[in-house]
Design a protein around this ligand. Structure first.
Ligand SMILES: C[S@@+](CC[C@H](N)C(=O)[O-])C[C@H]1O[C@@H](n2cnc3c(N)ncnc32)[C@H](O)[C@@H]1O
Length: 351
């Protein structure tokens, strides 16, 4: 055995555990508004942070030290002051933008809370159902994705389907499947005020949050959210555009659901899919983003599908299998879209 390699790996284990603790502390920073309280303020003494955030001093003092040790804050020993660098605030105190990363921290406690149940499922099969993640799980998913949907979906991503975008200017029907808190549908409803938008999700808590969010955005009257699955949805005249964002890999019956979407889309319509960015082969997935996605898969995406009797496709489904699924479901034109993203892949599928 190579002792240096043992030592190097021990360092990695400590670094990973430190990363986990940093994520927990950063969760507190987002949830309590500590990052917001320090944003753009320059150097602050601990008492000033306590006053600005209106929190308990002993907790804040320890948090400031922990976040400094983890590299999130800069500490000036002479002045005994802490600073949240602007570049860090850009990612940590920027809720609602497409560069906010705090939703990831929000997701971590939700994921690790179910780790004992998931470990048990390794032995017994089954898994943790979507609804068992609770309302904070729904909020976390929304925090991860909403900034991109609000700032990029209609203005950038959908321009890659120019015929559909043009049609939606004058009307048309849109279905957002696995709609979560409804940001995709809301972004489309805002950009294309003449079209009809329906959000569909089987999870009742999700639909409750979507209805509340649409009402808050003043879109309640224009949008419809249904706690349904695609097999119980009325086709009507069919849909010009169906969106399925960050959910195909979650489906418990992916082949059946995609075939139902094929039936729901108009002959000249399109299905637009956003999926986590992962390579087809494991040897190309040895990087931090894929490691993060495999963890999300085990503690959320895969387990909730397996819990529902599904195949547990997992977060790192990859383009080859995604496109195969779409073709098998009856979509003849399947395309990986040319949209650059660090974390997502985009597909268009047409009958
Ligand atoms: C990771 S969340 C994504 C939510 C939202 N689209 C977003 O991007 O933030 C996956 C969603 O798919 C929904 N879902 C799971 N199976 C589904 C199915 N068969 N049909 C429709 N939605 C489904 C879940 O309830 C959940 O809200």
């Amino acid at each position: 055995m190579d002792k240096d390699r043992v030592k190097a790996f021990a360092e990695k284990v400590y670094a990973d555990m430190a990363g986990t603790m940093a994520v927990g502390m950063a969760y507190v920073g987002v949830k309590t508004g500590l990052f917001r309280a320090m944003e753009g303020k320059g150097a602050m003494r601990a008492g000033e942070v306590v006053a600005a955030a209106e929190l308990q001093s002993r907790y804040v003092e320890e948090w400031l030290k922990g976040m400094t040790a983890a590299g999130y804050l800069h500490y000036d020993a002479t002045a005994d002051s802490y600073r949240l660098p602007d570049e860090h605030a850009f990612l940590l105190a920027s809720e609602g933008t497409d560069h906010f990363m705090g939703g990831l921290f929000y997701f971590a406690p939700t994921l690790l809370r179910v780790a004992p149940n998931v470990a048990e499922a390794f032995r017994t099969g089954g898994g943790v159902k979507f609804e068992e993640f609770g309302s904070e799980g729904v909020v976390a998913l929304d925090m991860i994705n909403s900034g991109q949907y609000e700032n990029r979906l209609a203005s950038h991503w959908l321009t890659k389907l120019p015929d559909i975008a043009e049609r939606l200017q004058s009307g048309g029907r849109v279905l957002d499947v696995g709609c979560g808190v409804g940001r995709v549908g809301m972004a489309i409803a805002k950009t294309f005020p003449k079209c009809e938008v329906i959000g569909l999700d089987p999870d009742a808590e999700t639909i409750r949050q979507a209805q509340a969010a649409a009402t808050k955005a003043g879109l309640g009257g224009r949008m419809q959210f249904v706690a349904k699955t695609t097999d119980t949805l009325e086709r009507g005249a069919g849909f010009d555009l169906i969106t399925a964002c960050d959910c195909v890999h979650d489906f418990s019956a992916p082949g059946k659901t995609l075939a139902e979407l094929r039936h729901l889309v108009k002959p000249d319509g399109a299905l637009f899919i956003v999926e986590p960015k992962a390579a087809d082969d494991l040897q190309d997935n040895i990087n931090p983003i894929a490691a993060m996605y495999y963890g999300m898969s085990i503690f959320h995406c895969m387990t909730q599908s397996l819990a529902d009797g599904g195949p547990g496709l997992g977060t790192c489904l990859g383009p080859r299998r995604t496109m195969e699924l779409l073709r098998t479901a009856g979509f003849e034109k399947v395309q990986l879209l040319d949209i650059r993203s660090q974390t997502n892949l985009f597909y268009a599928a047409r009958p």
